[in-house]
Design a binder for this molecule. Structure first.
Ligand SMILES: Cc1cc2nc3c(=O)[nH]c(=O)nc-3n(C[C@H](O)[C@H](O)[C@H](O)COP(=O)(O)OP(=O)(O)OC[C@H]3O[C@@H](n4cnc5c(N)ncnc54)[C@H](O)[C@@H]3O)c2cc1C
Length: 393
C-alpha cells in the first residue's frame, strides 16, 4: 500500500477514534489516526467516570492493565443552596448491577495508554496535526487534507468530538447551535492519598462519584461534579453555553464558587490545583443524528451526537467506544466486498439503533420526569430504585 494510502483514516484520537482503529488493526487493516493534540488525550477532558463494559470487549484484561484511578463504589447526589445542601448517598445492592464496573479516569494518561496499545496492534498515529478538510470526489469522501498533505483511504471515520466541523463538511450534520452544547470547566486537585481516603471514607482503590446540582449556588443551569482519583480530585462545573454572555460569573468563578461552598470546601481543604481544563459537551439526552454515514465516511462518538448530559448524569465515553467498535465492524464487512458506498455503510446506523446506546439515552431522559413526581417520595423502595438507576447512568 502506498505511504499516503490506507484502508481507513480516522480523524481524532479520542476514545471513539482509538477504539475503531484498534479493532481494525487487530484484523490486519492499515489504519491511520490523525490527532491534532501533541499526544492522544492531551486535548481531551472528561468528568470523569468511565463505564468500562465496552472497552472490556476490546481489551478483556483492561481492569488489570489500564491506568484506572479508583473503582466507583459510592454514589452521592447533592442539592445546594448558596450556604447549605442536602446530600443523598445511595447504598443499594442494585448498584453495580447494570454496568458493574465504573472507574474514575484522567484522560491524558488513559488515552495515551490506549493509543500505545493500539499502536502495538499496528495502528499508525500522527499527532500534532489538524485535519483541515476532506477530499471529496463525486460526493464520495476519499481522504483527508492536513496542511500541504493529502492522504487517501477506502473509508474515513470522523471521531473528531463534539465540535464536528469535518462532519459538517461531509454534509452529515449542521453547525452546532448554542442550545445544543454546554461547556465544562474542571480542576484536578492534588491531595495526600491517606487524607483523601479518610475524608471520603474510602478504602484503598475505592472511589466516589458525586453529582452536585446547585441552581442557586452556581447560577442558572449550572451543575457540579466531583470524582476521586488515586491522589487527586476531579472537580468541575458544567453550564449552558448560551447563558455565559449574560451570566454573573465566568467559568473560573463558577468552579471557585463550588470549591468554596461549605458542603465541598472541608473535603478539598489543603489541596493544590495541578491541572485546569475546559471543554464543550453535547447537552440533553443526546440526539443521534439522522445520518451517521455517507459515501466513504462514518461518524462516531460525540461527533455523532452519542452522549448523555442531563445534569444528574454525564456519560459519553462508553458510548464513544461502542460506536467506534461498531464503525470498525461495519468497515470490516465492507472491506470484504470492497463496497464503501453509503448503502453498504448504512448497516452501521442499524447496528447503533440495535445497541444499548439509544435505549440508555431514552432511559436516562426519563429520570427527570420520575424525580419530579412527588408521589415518588412517599415510596422509599421506589425512590431508591430510581436514584440507583440515576446514579448508575
Ligand atoms: C465536563 C465534562 C464532563 C464529562 N464527564 C463524563 C463522565 O464522567 N463520563 C463519561 O462517560 N463522559 C463524560 N463526558 C463526555 C465524554 O468526555 C465524551 O463523550 C467523550 O470524550 C467523547 O469521545 P470522542 O472520542 O467522541 O471525542 P473526544 O474525546 O472529544 O475526542 C475527539 C478527538 O478529536 C481530535 N480532533 C478534533 N478535530 C480534529 C481535527 N480536525 N484534526 C485532528 N484531530 C481532531 C481532538 O483533539 C480529540 O482528541 C464529559 C465531558 C465533559 C466536557
Amino acid at each position: 500500500m502506498a505511504e499516503d494510502r490506507f484502508d481507513a483514516i480516522i480523524v481524532g484520537g479520542g476514545l471513539a477514534g482509538i477504539a475503531a482503529a484498534y479493532r481494525l488493526a487487530q484484523e490486519g487493516l492499515e489504519v491511520l489516526v490523525v490527532e491534532r493534540g501533541n499526544t492522544c488525550g492531551s486535548k481531551n477532558m472528561t468528568g470523569g467516570r468511565l463505564y468500562t463494559h465496552t472497552l472490556e470487549k476490546l481489551i478483556p484484561d483492561l481492569l488489570q492493565r489500564a491506568p484506572l484511578e479508583r473503582r466507583i463504589v459510592k454514589e452521592r447526589f447533592s442539592l445546594l443552596t448558596p450556604s447549605s445542601g442536602t446530600t443523598i448517598e445511595v447504598d443499594s445492592a442494585k448498584l453495580g448491577g447494570l454496568y458493574a464496573n465504573s472507574y474514575s479516569v484522567l484522560r491524558a494518561p488513559f488515552d495515551r495508554w490506549l493509543a500505545d496499545e493500539a499502536e502495538a496492534a499496528g495502528v499508525m498515529f500522527v499527532c500534532g496535526v489538524l485535519v483541515d478538510d476532506l477530499i471529496i470526489r463525486d460526493g464520495r469522501v476519499c481522504g483527508i487534507i492536513a496542511g500541504e498533505e493529502e492522504m487517501e483511504a477506502d473509508v474515513v471515520i470522523l471521531a473528531e468530538g463534539v465540535n464536528a466541523q469535518l462532519a459538517q463538511k461531509a454534509g452529515l450534520r449542521e453547525e452546532l447551535q448554542p442550545d445544543q452544547v454546554e461547556v465544562g470547566a474542571k480542576e484536578v486537585l492534588s491531595l495526600d492519598q491517606a487524607v483523601l481516603e479518610d475524608r471520603f471514607h474510602l478504602a484503598p482503590g475505592e472511589g466516589i462519584a458525586w453529582i452536585i446540582r446547585g441552581e442557586d449556588a452556581f447560577g442558572p443551569g449550572a451543575n457540579g461534579f466531583l470524582y476521586t482519583n488515586k491522589d487527586t480530585i476531579s472537580l468541575g462545573v458544567v453550564t449552558e453555553i448560551g447563558k455565559i454572555p449574560s451570566a454573573q460569573h465566568s467559568m473560573v468563578e463558577l468552579v471557585d464558587l463550588l470549591k468554596e461552598h461549605p458542603v465541598v470546601a472541608p473535603l478539598i481543604a489543603g489541596s493544590k490545583t495541578v491541572e485546569y481544563s475546559a471543554h464543550l459537551l453535547p447537552c440533553g439526552q443526546g440526539a443521534i443524528l439522522p445520518r451517521l454515514c455517507g459515501d466513504g465516511v462514518l461518524l462516531a462518538g460525540d461527533a455523532a451526537g452519542l452522549a448523555i448530559n442531563l445534569g444528574y448524569v454525564v456519560r459519553g465515553m462508553d458510548l464513544a467506544v461502542e460506536s467506534g467498535l461498531l464503525c470498525a465492524e461495519t468497515v470490516l464487512k465492507c472491506h470484504e466486498t470492497g463496497d464503501f458506498s453509503r448503502d453498504a455503510l448504512s448497516s452501521y446506523e442499524t447496528a447503533i439503533q440495535n445497541s444499548f446506546i439509544p435505549r440508555d439515552m431514552e432511559r436516562c431522559g426519563s429520570y427527570a420526569a420520575q424525580l419530579g413526581n412527588k408521589a415518588l417520595y412517599d415510596d422509599p423502595a421506589k425512590l431508591i430504585d430510581v436514584l440507583t438507576a440515576v446514579m448508575q447512568g
